[in-house]
Every structure is written in C-alpha cells, then in structure tokens.
Write a protein that binds this ligand. Structure first.
Ligand SMILES: Nc1nc2c(ncn2[C@@H]2O[C@H](COP(=O)(O)OP(=O)(O)OP(=O)(O)O)[C@@H](O)[C@H]2O)c(=O)[nH]1
Ligand SMILES: [Mg+2]
Length: 708
C-alpha cells in the first residue's frame, strides 16, 4: 500500500512539474516585460498560475530569477552596444554548443533518442570544427600573392612581376601532424599533366598518343620558334625542364618546410607540375579557422584550371577578387566577372569582395575615387550591384596612409564570415535543441496521460509504427524526379539561347580586320575559325558549369520538398513525430564538361568561309553577315546534338543520385521511426524512463543557469 501511495505521490509531483514546464515560457516573457511584474508574480501569486508558482517558488524560482536578472542586465547595458553584441555572440556560441553537447550526451541513453543525439553531436562538431575558405582570384600579376602576404602580415608567398603562382597555395591552420611552417606539396599525376599538354597541343593542331610520345612533338614546336601562343610555348619549355627532373615525384605528396616554398611556387619548371601546396601557418587568420587560398592568375586555355577555379568559386565561403590599379578590368577580369554573373543568382549569399590593389600608384585621392567608380560601373554592367569595393596597397600596407584601408577590409571580411555564417548555424542549432527539449516534454506528458489505458496504448503504438513504416517505404517521388528532369532540359535550353545570343560577338571578335588582312587567305581564315571555335567551346563549358549550380540548387529544393511532403503525410497519422534529415551528401565526383567544338572538321565550314574573298568586300559589303548566318546554321545543329547528349548525362547523374539518396533517407527514417516508437513504448512500460527524462528536463534548466 505504501509503495502504491509513494508512486502516486511521485506521479502527482511529476504531473505538476510538467505543467510547470509548459507555463514557464509564458512567464519568462512576462518577466522580461517588467522586473516589477516579475517581483509581483513571485510574491503575490495570481489565480492564473497558482500551481505553477507554488512549484516554482519551491523548486525553480531561484535559478530562473537569476537568469532573468542577467538577461535584463544585458539588455540594459547599452553604451557599448556594438562591442557587446560581438561578445554576446561569442557567449551565445559557447552557450549553444555547451547546451547541445550536454543535451546530446544526456539523451543518447534514453530510448528513442539515439538518432537525435547523434544528429545534435554532428551539428555541434561541425560548428566547432568549421573552417572557412577565403579564395583570392585575379588576373596575372594583379597582386594576389602580395595581398595575401599583406593579410597575413608576413612575406610568405613569393611575389614577382612575372607570372608567378602556378599552383594553388592554401594557407591552413596548423594541426598535430603539421606544425607551424610545414608545407605539403601535391604533385600533379601523369594523367593531369597529359590533359594539360593535350590542350596546349591542340592550339597548334598537334596530336600525340600519350605524354611520352608528346615530348618530341613539343621539342619540335619549341624549335620552330613560332610567335603564336607564346604562353603555351613557355609552358612547354618549363614542362620539359621539370618533367625529367621530377618524374619520380609525380602523383605524390611530399612534406617539407616553408623555407623551400619559393622553389615550388615560383620556379616554373617545378610549379607547372604541382597541383597544390598547403602551408601550415599560425597567424591571426588561421587561428580563426580560416584558410586563405591564393590561386594562379586567370588562364582560359587550360580547362582543368577553369574547372578548379569554378569549384573554388562555388565552394569558398568568401571570394576576394583582386585587380591591379593600373589596369582594372582587363579582359581576364571581364571573363571572371561574366562567370560570376552567371553564378550569382544561384549562390546562397553575396560572398564577393572586390579589391583594387596598388593604389599607391594613384596621383591623388580624386584619381582613386575615379577608378573606384569605374570599377563599380563595370561590376554593375555584369549584374553585380552594391559591391563591396576596397582600395588597398599590398606593397605598402604598413605605411600609415594605407594601413587603415587594409584593416577595414579585414574587419569587413571577418564580420561577414564570422557573423553571417555562424549566426545562421547557431540559429539552426538552437532550434534543434529547443525542439528536442519540446519533444522530451511532450513524450513525458503523453506517457502520463496514457498511463491508464496502458495495454490498448501499447497495441495502438505498435500498429501506428507499422503504418508509419509502410508510409515511409511506399513514399513515391517519381513526379519530383520528373521535375528535375524537366528543369535540366529547360536549363540546357537556356544555355543554348544565351550562347547564341552572343554568337555574333564571338564571330566578330574572331573574324576581325586585324586577322583577316587578305595576305594569306587560307592561313588567316584558319586562325579566325580556330579562335572562334575555341571561344565558342570555352563559353559553352562555362555556361554549363554555371548551370550545374542552378540545377544543384533546384535538386536540393526538391529533396527538401520530398522530405516535407513525407513528414506532412506522417503527421496526419501522428502529430508528434519528428524525423530529422541531414542535408543531402554531395556526389563525390564533379561533373566535368568538355565541349567538342574546338575539334570540328574544317570541311564543314567550307561554304561559310568561301564568303571571304577580300577584306574590303567582307567587312564593308556585309559578306561577314552571310558567313555568320551560314556558321550559325552549322553551330546550331552541332550545339543541339551536343547539348542533347549533355542533357542525358546530367539527367542520369542527378537521377542516379536521387535514387541513392532516396534509399539512404528511407533507411534513416525507418531507423528514426523505430527509435521513436521504441522510446514511446518504453515510456509506457518502464517507469524509470519517465523519471530519467523528468530529471533531465530539470537538469537542462539548471544547465542553462550554469552556462548563462
Ligand atoms: N606598386 C605596387 N606594386 C604591387 C602592389 N602589389 C603587388 N605589386 C607588384 O605587382 C607584381 C605582381 O605581384 P604578385 O603578388 O606576384 O601578383 P600575383 O597576382 O600573385 O601574380 P601571379 O601569381 O603571377 O598571378 C609584383 O612585382 C609586385 O611587387 C602594390 O600594392 N603596389
Ligand atoms: Mg601570385
């Protein structure tokens, strides 16, 4: 009898506690409105909350009151508002992470919470270990490496008036295996080098079966001393010098120290064979978990290079575009901006920063402003509105007149990275914690409610679990897949539209009076046609790359939609159920594009090229227009076929990924549902489960107090 009485008392205590928990939030809000009201509420219980207050005064009032006083103090202390906000955020981060860790550790042993605990832990870890990437882009010799050195406040990267950086340099935070000053050099493998060589050879209309067989072809080209494609000849010369010397190292990773950095970065016979260099360097940047990436100057010949740049543009948390004061917005700059403009809408945030470097070359402040306005206009023309533009001198950044500008840039960048990204992640982490606590509260409440009809409830839960599992298994997403398919088709249709919209520009640039002089008709026409086909291929590839970003976004949205539809369906069966899904894992492989137009057969253009008889008739008598019309017909047909093939490739990639993720998600959801019902049943049958949760809920309150 005593035991039963004891249990009943315990039960009634638990019920009171739960009721109190429910009302606490309302009271918290009330308290925040006025300290006076808080005082009254605590000392003169109103009719509205008698039970709550009794209980609260006994057990809860102290910690909550303490918490509220703290909150009020923080709100009132306004004088150094900005500084405070930053500190608050820091505090918030620690608080949220501690809460998250506490919660995930506590619930992992509670039946039904295994998956949720794992998710919380994963999210917490990703916030804690987040590394931000800041990627520097810019034309050759714009001063990217100099700017990186200025940011690091240390002359780490080699700098020179000649093209210098040939590999990607990443300045990364140190770790256990890599103390300060370590560098890790990743050499390109034979296949990567062969791909590059092949592209350069193509410019000279040369072919070879493989890398070894290309060497005599290259030697012959160098000997010919042709004046065409000087950059490629230079590349070949360095390749020959470096290849023999470094053959053994290709495809490997070597570790050394940063005093050797120059010989890998700036010595072109080495650097042309190196894919990337990681420099482990402890400084203000890396201590904040930031990775600074210095890229080689723009180069549109090398497909691999444009692909790598695209991946960095896409993935970096922030992109800094450096242009040189004296020639801001050269052709290379414009090509980058064009690609950026294509990607802009599909990027989640405006993560671009523009830097005009070498303002020490300006005559006066007025001139600096004129350049800044010019750059802003150029950006606007490419669809980039309200850009963040900084004017700096990387060479003289320590001088008084320039040091503030660099500081301002740094502050702006840090604020963007730390506040925007972190704030978003913290908000989402906080919501996850709150939802988990809510679920714990609801579970306890419903367990107490249903205690009387325990057996029926057990049966009902088992049946409901079965139905929910069937719903998850039977969930059909065919129509969403069809939508993705349609989106891919539509996007690739637009690619063609956009390319052909600029068709005349490509043609006019290539079939230009400076090329077609009428001195050697066949040669000149061939050069013009080559140039046209190269541009056409390159622009098509760039368009397609940008398009994958749009398709990826669409895909993500549909994934989200699929989850929401399923969850809503399940909610019709059970309001309470919460299934979490991690963001879809990205497919491992990057989709690559290689447009085949560079290799089109010349005989196809015989009729078109025949319109060129002499420069006068061609440029003055509208014969160029006839050539253009004829070329357009051919290119239209070939583009159609090429894009059809690419559409099929993209469809198969994305649909395959969809199916894979569908299966993973289904498995995950079934596990979570099983977990949930196991927990629900345990709450019915195992008294200590209820107690465990109630204790935890109390501790959470106290935990909050501790963290505050
Ligand atoms: N006057 C002046 N010259 C600068 C400034 N920044 C860089 N330079 C010079 O510009 C040249 C190129 O600088 P780098 O930093 O090597 O340029 P980069 O963009 O890294 O070049 P690549 O790696 O070859 O693409 C060097 O001779 C620098 O000394 C600057 O702020 N003022
Ligand atoms: Mg450089």
């Amino acid at each position: 009898m005593d035991k039963i009485k004891g249990l009943e008392r315990k039960n009634s205590e638990l019920e009171q506690f739960i009721a109190a928990m429910y009302h606490k939030q309302t009271i918290l809000d009330e308290w925040e409105k006025s300290e006076q009201k808080e005082y009254e509420l605590l000392h003169e219980p109103t009719e509205e909350y008698p039970l709550f207050l009794d209980l609260l005064i006994e057990k809860e009032a102290k910690p909550i009151k303490g918490m509220l006083i703290k909150a009020v103090e923080t709100q009132e202390a306004t004088p150094q508002r900005e500084k405070m906000q930053k500190n608050e955020q820091q505090l918030d981060k620690n608080k949220i992470l501690t809460n998250m860790q506490f919660l995930s550790e506590q619930i992992q042993d509670i039946k039904g919470f295994k998956q949720i605990a794992a998710n919380l832990k994963k999210k917490g870890d990703s916030i804690l270990n987040k590394q931000y990437t800041i990627c520097l882009f810019g034309a050759f010799s714009a001063g990217k490496s100099s700017f990186a050195n200025a940011l690091l406040d240390y002359p780490l990267l080699p700098v020179s008036p000649n093209p210098t950086t040939a590999a990607i340099n990443r300045i990364v935070p140190i770790d256990d295996q890599h103390p300060h000053g370590t560098i890790v050099v990743l050499w390109k493998n034979e296949q990567q080098i062969w791909r590059e060589i092949k592209e350069h050879l193509q410019l000279f209309k040369k072919e070879a079966a493989n890398l070894t067989e290309s060497i005599p072809v290259i030697k012959e080209l160098i000997q010919k001393q042709t004046t065409d494609f000087k950059a490629s000849i230079r590349y070949f010369q360095f390749f020959l010098q470096g290849y023999e010397k470094n053959k053994e190292l290709l495809g490997r990773e070597i570790q050394t120290d940063y005093t050797k950095l120059e010989q890998y970065v700036a010595l072109e016979e080495n650097s042309c064979l190196i894919a990337s260099i990681d420099v482990y360097f402890e400084c203000e940047f890396t201590k904040k978990g930031m990775i600074l990436i210095d890229t080689p100057g723009g180069d549109s010949i090398n497909t691999r290079h444009t692909e790598v740049s695209f991946e960095y543009m896409k993935e970096a948390d922030s992109i800094v575009y450096v242009s040189y004061y004296n020639h801001s917005f050269s052709k290379a700059d414009k090509s980058f901006l064009l690609q950026l403009g294509r990607m802009k809408d599909a990027m989640e945030t405006d993560k671009m920063f523009f830097v005009i470097n070498a303002i020490d070359l300006a005559q006066d402040e007025q001139e600096i402003q004129a350049v800044a306005n010019y750059v802003a206009d150029q950006l606007q023309e490419h669809g980039i509105f309200q850009p963040r533009i900084s004017l700096v001198s990387s060479l003289y950044y320590q001088k008084k007149e320039f040091s503030d500008r660099l500081l301002q840039f740094k502050e702006q960048l840090f604020a963007f990275i730390e506040e925007d990204w972190m704030a978003m992640m913290l908000r989402s982490a906080k919501t996850d914690c709150e939802k988990t606590v809510e679920l714990l509260q609801r579970l306890v409440q419903s367990a107490l409610d249903k205690k009387a009809e325990k057996h029926q409830e057990e049966q009902r839960l088992k049946e409901e679990h079965h139905k929910i599992a069937e719903m998850i298994k039977g969930f059909d997403t065919d129509y969403l897949q069809q939508k993705i398919q349609m989106e891919i088709e539509e996007q690739l249709f637009y690619v063609k539209q956009r390319i052909f919209f600029r068709f005349t520009d490509f043609l006019v640039d290539a079939f230009h009076p400076s090329v077609l002089k009428g001195e050697n008709k066949t040669n000149e026409l061939q050069r013009a046609l080559d140039q046209f086909l190269r541009t056409f291929s390159y622009e098509m590839e760039q368009e397609l790359r940008a398009t994958t970003l749009r398709i990826e976004n669409f895909y993500e949205k549909k994934q989200q939609e699929a989850c929401e539809i399923l969850l809503n369906k399940l909610k019709q069966k059970n309001e309470e159920i919460v299934l979490q899904f991690a963001k879809a894992s990205k497919s491992e492989e990057n989709i690559t594009f290689y447009a085949p137009f560079r290799e089109m057969d010349y005989s196809l253009f015989k009729k078109a090229l025949a319109y060129f008889k002499n420069p006068k008739a061609f440029f003055e008598k509208n014969e160029r227009k006839k050539l253009a019309d004829e070329m357009q017909k051919i290119m239209d047909e070939y583009s159609q076929t090429y894009l059809k093939k690419e559409t099929a490739v993209l469809e198969s990639v994305y649909l395959e990924q969809w199916n894979k993720e569908e299966m993973e998600k289904q498995k995950e959801f079934l596990l979570q549902a099983a977990d949930y019902y196991e927990g629900k049943l345990a709450l019915l049958t195992e008294e200590e489960q209820v107690e465990k949760i109630v204790c935890l809920l109390k501790e959470i309150e106290e935990g909050k107090q501790l963290v505050q």
